[in-house]
Structure formats: structure tokens, C-alpha cells
Design a protein around this ligand. Structure first.
Ligand code: ANZ
Length: 973
């Protein structure tokens, strides 16, 4: 069942809250009224009432007609809220306590004889928009794990920091003149405050930002190690040039031909760029995937991204105008050397290096125009299968090495410059794209592979599969592969090519070297000098690191491709310290990926001025045990980090081959379900299932309280014949369905937000936000509070202390507790956080039926609750008489003796007379007891064929079945 459905079913409560999204829409006209610096009306409705009532008493609210209504409700509501439970007092109190006492600090000198647990969140980009409700989803999960492991005696590393270089701060600087550093620091402050308000147990002493020179010193140091090993180099490559942003973008930053950020057009342009040779690690990046406890889907995405393929490089000589061989060759990459005799033309990419050498004078202009045309397309557009193939004949021919045939060379953009050799032998009988192209341009098609499985296939159809080779022998070259299987033929062609110098076996990867330079200001400077005289590049000395980013007031791109840093003239112009020769600094900066590639290592030893990370510390803490973040980072971030990690492994900086042992992707939180209805011209509703052309009617959004579920559908409460369509959207500013976690914390508290995000559904699934769901978990927390503390007094406050007694727990109480311990522990460890909560809810429901709340039961339960709702748990723990935080108390362990299911003998009466007994599990349901009774040999004769009037069941005591004498019916099954 999808999480969407689950959530819809939870909604039995009336909708108390207005959606935050609607409030956010109201805000534009109602500004600056609240002392919270937030328009009053953007707060959810109930919060407004309590706020007015004095819980937070400093406001004066003057919103016209609403005012009176609000005022009349306030006095009671504020008390009601206090009665529920005083999260607004407890939460800041414990946050202060944790901070003042540095409770979650992981000291530098931990006792390394204890086991370790390193649990890490993908650190956020501190955007101007602040925290989104999607952030706390992953952060709460890691916090629960961190808190559990601390209580289980592990040394826990649970840090937080900021991935703070990047485009948005720079764009903002261009628009407003505010320095990116100022914006970034402000955003970080806000993020930190927000995270602290959620009670996450981060070791804030280890906080770091990728923009701090102390940090990027080591990012630059890693770059130098790469450079020294030939893994960072410069090359003239076709790049995605975005004129509007004035920068080169990586392939993954271009979506459908426009920049991912901002949606500006992107063109292909050859430029000299810094590249990192990730391809040198392709094999290891592929092989080592197998040993990782990562979701199979991510591993598969990485495998596809690396894209290993085996084939051959074959050389085709270029022919001159008279058809004579020249000394120039075009090398193609093919995964199907068996189809060599079927190659009836060649294609080179528009950017191919040799193109200008062999294109004929007559074709030159057409080819130039075509190159220009192709430069406007992204690689993705060029390779899309369904796109119409285009190309231009170069006027030149090449020799097929297998049979000596002269075949035309075309230029076409379905061949990419960046893959293989940027040239292909085209086999239109056996490759779909080549087939389409050949048909369009009237190029001969030659069949060389027979489909064995279906020889009756239309011989004129393209056949891309393997088969038996035919039409493939040449007297001239002596090569004959007829009647061989495709596999055998491929081996034979490779062997022949290697022997005759016509080619070689080749493994290729889709993975390309990583374009590592950005023509932007707000990034790490690349620590390289370029000598004025020779253009030679020189690494700056490690002792000069960090090479700090110079101050700049004008961040606008130069528009020429020259990075903004070129405006920092006195920084750029320098001398090579070893020779005194004039030189210029590299003005491109590193991409945002750089800082995030290795931050997990710095957290192990964040303040070390001597080394990136101390060896002993690294040995103890590596690898990251659990790494949680969004699936959008499945490939790039995780692949880049793995690459750097492997380089660091090779040079002895780290001790493990892989950085992250287990990766978990949290699901996306989607906006609240929106219900759409349609109205005709007269204003009458039209049911979504009766009308074919719904779009001709007016769409209206129906509030949830006017909707009910009918069967599998949603209908209007006032007229159930009108069916509605429920829709779910990603949260986005433009749709106005973004939920701000701050609002939720104000209204319900951080513990409720944490619990709700965990309770929404399975952690890895996408889920829809639902405000009434928070009310549910909030009520659970309030029930827990009252269970331990009791009801509030007449003034709304709560007595000190608790209701807990020192009575010996009963067997039933112990069983209930230990079942809960087993469940919560198991569910947290398997990251099924939602069902862990259900376990605690069951416990609280059971505990409400008891006459006493023994300390021996309640104390362990409070510890169980603490990873999820740490503020409430700390408060209860302290009221239970403990002077210290519970953060390092032992997490309760389930005693297997109390987990065994026990059976009891249950007497069964028929019409009040005991007729027999049955053996049932303790706590067995009425239905189960009845079924057992009706199957019992002795009892069956009383029940068979009888109609049952009623059943009286007292669990653990008796089952009494009253028969209906007037209507005899078989109902026992
Ligand atoms: C001849 C041939 C015959 C091919 C046939 C396929 C089928 P993978 O598996 O993805 O590595 N190719 C090579 N370089 C290319 C480039 N730069 N741009 C576009 N296509 C390129 O694919 C390798 C196959 O893709 C190669 O094998 C080549 O076409 C094409 F029946 O060569 B083949």
C-alpha cells in the first residue's frame, strides 16, 4: 500500500488547522505586524489563539474584524494548550541545558576501546529559504540512531556543517551587492538556530563550513595531491557554456538544454578547463560497489553512470580525393566488432579533432553550419533515441579495413565527442540509430548478422541482436568470419586487428573525467599559477595554503568566459616564488562538489592545523557507519566522494577503501493532498468520473473538511455523487504548499514535529504532509505526559514530580514493557521508525488501564521514548528524580523471559453453562477465541448449526456464547 493511502486513512479527526500554505499566501498584504517579525496571519490558526492568550504574551495583534473573535477565544485556549502539555517551556529549557553542558560533545580523546558509531547527514546548503520540512526527516532519523547508540555505550560521532559555497549566494550578490560571505553567514546562523530548535544531538563543537579558509585549505591540499599525481589536468574540452550565468556547467547541471539553476540556455563550446581524472578509478569505483550496504538502486545507478563496456578500437584510413589511402586514420570505438563488414559509412562527432583536416572544400560551409547547429544541443538531446537524426556528408571517404571498401564519412550529432573516440563505424543493418540515419540519407545497408532465433524475420528490418555472421569475408584482407557466432567473430576480428595493426581490444566507460573548474567567484580558489612567459602551470606550495579568496565588490561575470576573479588584479598578478618569474593565478574556482567530497573526514578532527585528519582518529572513526540523505545525490556526490576517498587511500591519508558503509535515502515529503472539483457554467458541480471533457469546466480546490472517502474514491461530503480528484505536488514556493518547520514547532513543539516526520510512513518512501497527522502524534505525547505527570491543575499548570509509585511491577506490566523495548529497539535498528512509534503507542494505551504506574516500568519507557522525543523524555526523567541527562543512560534491554507468549485455559459457556475449555494465547481476541471454541470437539456439538445471538468475552477469564433459539442457522465458521 502506498504511503499516500496510509496517510489518508489516518485522517479521522476533524481538521483543526488551516494549512500553512494558505497562510503563506496571505502574507504579502499583511506584513510587519507581529513582534516575531513574521506576519501574524501566517501562523496556523490555533497557534494564533494560544499566542494571544498569553502563553507567549508579548504580542499585540490588530487584524481588523478577526480581532474580536480571536480575543474571545483566547483565554480558555491558552489554558487548554498548557493543559495538553507544556512543550513550549520544556523544549527551550532542555535545549539550553544540552548546549550549556555540551552534552553531545564527542571529546577528542574518546576511549577507543569502546565501539564507535559515526552517523552522518548529508550536510545542507544553507539557502536563504531556511529549513524545509524535508530536512528534519533525515535529521530526525540520524538523531534517533545517534541517541540510541550513545545509550547503548557506543562513542558516537554526529556532526553538522554547511556546504556553503555555490551559486545562489553569488547570484544574490550580483543582484543586491551583498557579499556572498555576509549572506552565507546569515543563512548559516538561521539554519543553526532552526536545527537547535529541533533538539538534534549534534556535536556543535565540530561544526564546519566549506567556505572557511581553515577548511578549504585542505580542499586545496587534496587538489594539489591530485595535480601531483596527474589526476588534475587541463584540457580543451567541449563544455556547457551558459552565457547568462557566465559560467561553464557540468553535464548534470544542465537539464533539457538549460541551466538547472535559473533555466538559462546553455550551448556547447570548446574551452580550456581543469579536469579530474576520475576515469582512472572507474574499475575500482565499479568493483568496490559490491561490498557496500547501500540501496541496490543507488548501486545500479552508479554502475550505469560508470557504464563499463567491452569492445574494440578499430582504425579506418582516410582516403584522399582520388580514393588513395592517406597516412591519417580515424579510430572508432565499437562494442560490435563482429559487424565490421556491415559498416557502410562512418560518423564523426561535430567536435572531432580531425574533421577540419578531411572535410572537402565543397562541403566545408555546410559542415561549419552544422557544427554551429549542434553546439546548441545538450548531450542528452543529441542522444535521445526518438529525436530525428541529422547530419552532413563531409565529402570524404575512409577505407573499411575488413574489406577495403570506401565508405563515406559523415558528421552527425548523435555521435558524441566525449565518448569512445568520438567516431563510429556505422552499421545500419544492426544498429537502430544508424539504420534510421541511413534510411534518411539513402546510405547502403548491408546485413551481416543472421537472427538464429527467428530466421523468418523480415530481412530488411534492423536486427540489433547477436546471431550468426554472414556476408563477412574478404579475399583482399584474408579476414573471414562467416558462420561464426557474434561472440566468436568479435574475438576473431579483435585478434586480426591486433595482428595487422588495425586496432585493439578496448574497455570503455561512460564515465567521463570530471570537469572541475567554474568561472565563478564563490568557490575555492584553485591553487595553481600560470607562468606569463611559457603558460606552464605550477602548483603553489603546500605551505602557502590556504590560498584565500580575495575580497571583491563586483561579482558580475565578465561575459567573456574570464572568471570574475580576474577582476582581482593585484591577487591575480604574482610571481612564481621559486624562480621569481611573473605569473598569474588561476582564476577559475572549484565546483560546489569539492567541499562536500571529503567533509566527513574533517568532522573526525575538525580543528587540526597540521593535517587533513589525524591518522589515529581517522582509523578509529572510519568509515561513516550510516549516511543519510536524498536520493538526488545517488550518483554525483557519492561517486565524487568515493573517488577522492580512493585517492586519499592510495596516498595513505585514510585507512578504508570506501567512505560510507551504509547509505540510506529518505523519501521526499510532498505537499498536502489537494482535492479538485469541477463546476459547469451554471456553477453546478460535475463529477470527475462522468464528464469526459473536464478541462472545459472550471477547476476548484475543495478543502479537506468538505471531502469524504467513498470506496476507493473521494467525494464531496455534501453530495457524494460528485467525485473529486486528489492530487499531490512537490512542495514549492510557486504552488504555495511549502510547510515551514518553524510554524510546526511553534504550534506543536519540536518533539511532535520529530515524531510526526517519523510516523508519516516508511522512512524511505515518499510521503504526503498532513497537518491532522501531527495532531495525532501530539495527542500521543500529551497522553504520555499525563500518564506520568497527571492532569493539570485548575490554573493550567502541572504539579512537580510524577504519579509514579515504587510498587513492584506486575507480570503483565513487565510483559507489556519488554514487548515495547524489543519492538522499539528492533524497529530503530532496522530504520522502521514509524512502527517503533506504534509500539510506544500500544504501551501507553495498555498503561492507561493500569491502576498504578510503577517506577520500574515507567523509567525504562521514558528512556525508550527519548531518541524520538528527547525534550519530553529529559523532563520526565528529571521529574523522576534523576539529576543528570538521560543521554548516556543505558538503553533498556528486552528480557526474553517476558517476551514469550503464554497460553491460558479459558472456560467456555453456552447459554451461561460451562460446557468445556479451550487453550488460548494470553490476550487472544474474541474472534480467535470463538473460532477455537467452534473447532473444539466437545464444544462443536453445542454450536454447530446454531445461530448466535451474542457473545460475552472477558479476556483471560471466560467466553460465553448465547444462542438464538428462534432462528437456527449455521454460523460457526
Ligand atoms: C558498431 C555497432 C554495430 C555498434 C552494432 C552498435 C551496434 P556502449 O555499449 O554504450 O558502449 N558509439 C561509440 N562511440 C560513440 C559515440 N561517441 N557516440 C555515440 N555512439 C557511439 O555503445 C557502444 C556503441 O555505441 C558502439 O558500437 C558504437 O556503435 C556506438 F550493430 O559500433 B557500435
Amino acid at each position: 500500500m502506498s504511503s499516500h493511502h496510509q496517510i489518508l486513512q489516518i485522517r479521522s479527526d476533524p481538521f483543526v488547522l488551516s494549512h500553512c500554505c494558505r497562510h503563506t499566501r496571505l502574507t504579502s498584504s499583511l506584513t510587519l505586524q507581529s513582534p516575531l517579525k513574521r506576519p501574524f496571519s501566517c501562523l496556523p490558526f490555533r497557534w494564533r489563539r494560544s499566542y494571544r492568550g498569553g502563553v507567549r504574551s508579548s504580542t499585540t495583534e490588530t487584524h481588523g474584524s478577526k480581532k474580536e473573535a480571536l480575543v474571545s477565544e483566547t483565554a480558555t485556549t491558552s489554558i487548554e494548550l498548557k493543559r495538553v502539555y507544556p512543550f513550549h517551556e520544556i523544549e527551550p529549557k532542555w535545549q539550553r541545558y544540552w548546549e550549556d553542558n555540551r552534552i553531545f560533545r564527542t571529546p577528542d580523546d574518546v576511549d577507543t576501546s569502546k565501539p564507535k558509531f559515526y552517523v552522518l547527514d548529508m550536510f545542507p546548503y544553507p539557502s536563504g529559504a531556511g529549513l524545509h520540512v524535508g530536512h528534519p526527516l533525515g535529521y530526525t532519523a540520524t538523531d534517533i540512531l545517534a541517541r540510541l547508540r550513545r545509550m547503548q555505550g557506543y562513542n558516537v560521532l554526529h556532526p553538522m556543517g554547511w556546504d556553503a559555497f555555490g551559486l545562489p549566494a553569488e547570484q544574490y550578490a550580483i543582484e543586491t551587492g551583498t557579499h556572498p560571505k555576509t549572506t552565507t553567514l546569515k543563512n548559516i546562523d538561521r539554519f543553526r538556530l532552526q536545527l537547535k530548535s529541533l533538539g538534534f544531538s549534534y556535536d556543535w563543537d565540530r561544526e564546519l563550513s566549506t567556505t572557511e579558509p581553515d577548511y578549504y585549505k585542505w580542499t586545496q591540499w587534496i587538489f594539489l595531491q591530485l595535480y601531483k599525481r596527474g589526476l588534475a589536468y587541463q584540457a580543451e574540452v567541449p563544455v556547457n557554456w551558459c552565457p547568462a550565468l557566465g559560467t561553464v556547467l557540468a553535464n548534470e547541471e544542465v537539464v533539457d538544454g538549460v541551466s538547472e539553476r535559473g533555466g538559462h540556455p546553455v550551448i556547447r563550446k570548446p574551452m580550456r578547463q581543469w579536469m579530474l581524472k576520475i576515469t582512472a578509478y572507474a574499475d575500482r569505483l565499479l568493483e568496490d560497489l559490491d561490498e557496500l550496504e547501500w540501496p541496490e538502486s543507488i548501486k545500479e545507478m552508479q554502475r550505469n553512470w560508470i557504464g563499463r563496456s567491452e569492445g574494440a578500437e578499430l582504425n579506418f584510413s582516410i582516403l584522399d580525393g582520388e580514393g588513395r589511402e592517406t597516412d591519417k586514420e580515424i579510430t572508432v570505438y565499437t562494442t560490435r566488432p563482429d559487424t565490421l563488414f556491415g559498416a557502410t559509412y562512418m560518423v564523426v562527432a561535430p567536435e572531432h579533432q580531425l574533421l577540419s583536416y578531411f572535410v572537402t572544400a565543397e562541403q566545408k560551409q555546410q559542415v561549419e553550419e552544422y557544427k554551429d547547429f549542434a553546439s546548441r544541443k545538450s548531450d542528452l538531446e543529441r542522444t535521445e533515441l526518438q529525436k530525428d537524426k541529422t547530419g552532413v556528408f563531409t565529402g570524404c571517404y575512409a577505407k573499411n579495413p575488413a574489406n577495403g571498401d570506401a565508405i563515406p564519412i559523415w558528421v552527425a550529432d548523435y555521435v558524441l565527442a566525449s565518448y569512445g573516440t568520438g567516431a563510429i563505424m556505422a552499421v545500419p543493418a544492426h544498429d537502430t540509430r544508424d539504420n534510421e540515419f541511413a534510411l534518411k540519407y539513402n546510405i547502403p545497408i548491408k546485413w551481416v548478422v543472421r537472427n538464429e532465433a527467428n530466421s523468418s524475420d523480415d530481412a530488411k528490418q534492423v536486427y540489433p541482436g547477436l546471431g550468426i555472421i554472414e556476408n563477412s569475408s574478404s579475399l583482399e584482407t584474408g579476414l573471414d568470419i562467416n558462420q561464426l557466432s557474434s561472440k566468436e567473430a568479435a574475438l576473431k576480428v579483435i585478434e586480426w586487428a591486433e595482428r595487422t595493426g588495425n586496432g585493439k581490444k578496448k574497455v570503455n566507460y561512460k564515465l567521463r573525467d570530471w570537469l572541475f573548474a567554474r568561472q565563478r567567484y564563490w568557490g575555492e580558489p584553485i591553487p595553481i599559477l600560470i607562468l606569463d612567459e611559457s603558460g606552464e602551470t605550477i602548483a603553489i606550495s603546500e605551505s602557502e595554503l590556504p590560498l584565500t579568496l580575495p575580497e571583491l565588490n563586483d561579482f558580475t561575470p565578465t561575459g567573456t568566459g574570464e572568471p570574475p576573479l580576474s577582476k582581482a588584479v593585484s591577487w591575480v598578478n604574482t610571481v612564481d616564488p621559486s624562480t621569481g618569474k611573473p605569473a598569474k593565478r588561476e582564476t577559475s574556482t572549484m565546483p560546489q562538489w569539492a567541499g562536500s567530497c571529503w567533509y566527513y573526514l574533517r568532522f573526525m578532527d575538525p580543528k587540526n592545523p597540521e593535517a587533513l585528519v589525524d591518522k589515529e582518529k581517522e582509523k578509529y572513526w572510519s568509515p561513516v557507519d550510516v549516511y543519510v540523505g536524498g536520493a538526488e545525490h545517488a550518483v554525483l556526490h557519492l561517486l565524487y566522494s568515493r573517488f577522492w576517498h580512493k585517492v586519499l587511500y592510495d596516498i595513505g591519508v585514510v585507512s578504508t577503501k570506501e567512505p560510507f558503509k551504509c547509505v540510506i535515502n529518505q523519501g521526499i515529503i510532498l505537499g498536502e493532498v489537494q482535492y479538485t472539483a469541477w463546476k459547469d457554467q451554471e456553477g453546478n458541480y460535475v463529477s470527475a468520473d462522468t464528464e469526459e471533457r473536464l478541462n472545459e469546466h472550471q477547476q476548484v480546490t475543495i478543502p479537506e473538511e468538505k471531502v469524504i472517502k467513498s470506496g476507493d474514491h473521494f467525494v464531496l461530503k455534501e453530495d457524494p455523487s460528485i467525485r473529486l480528484i486528489p492530487r499531490v505536488y512537490k512542495m514549492s514556493k510557486s504552488r504555495g504548499n511549502v510547510v515551514n518547520p518553524d510554524d510546526v514547532v511553534l504550534e506543536y513543539g519540536a518533539d511532535s514535529l520529530r515524531l510526526y516526520e517519523m510516523f508519516m510512513g516508511p522512512f524511505r518512501d515518499s510521503k504526503t504532509w498532513n497537518t491532522s497527522g501531527i495532531e495525532g502524534v501530539h495527542r500521543f505525547l500529551a497522553r504520555t505526559w499525563r500518564l506520568v505527570i497527571g492532569l493539570s491543575q485548575s490554573d493550567g499548570s502541572f504539579k512537580d514530580g510524577t504519579l509514579v509509585t515504587d510498587d513492584e511491577p506486575t507480570l503483565e506490566q513487565l510483559r507489556t514493557l519488554h514487548k515495547c523495548i524489543a519492538k522499539v529497539t528492533e524497529e530503530i535498528e532496522s530504520t522502521r521508525f514509524n512502527t517503533g512509534i506504534s509500539g510506544m503507542m500500544e504501551f501507553v494505551n495498555a498503561a492507561y488501564k493500569w491502576n498504578n504506574q510503577p517506577r520500574g516500568i515507567i523509567e525504562p519507557f521514558v528512556l525508550l521514548l527519548s531518541p524520538y522525543a528527547p525534550h519530553m523524555a529529559e523532563e520526565l526523567w528529571s521529574r523522576l528524580g534523576h539529576p543528570n541527562s538521560l543521554a548516556y543512560e543505558s538503553f533498556p534491554k528486552a528480557n526474553p523471559d517476558y517476551l514469550k507468549n503464554t497460553t491460558i485455559v479459558l472456560p467456555v459457556q453456552i447459554n451461561g453453562k460451562t460446557r468445556g475449555t479451550i487453550e488460548v494465547e494470553e490476550g487472544c481476541s474474541e474472534d480467535d477465541a470463538f473460532v477455537l471454541a467452534s473447532q473444539d470437539d466437545k464444544l462443536r456439538k453445542y454450536l454447530d448449526g446454531q445461530s448466535i445471538k451474542k457473545r460475552i468475552y472477558v479476556p483471560g477469564k471466560i467466553l460465553n456464547v448465547i444462542l438464538d433459539r428462534t432462528n437456527v442457522k449455521v454460523t460457526t465458521k
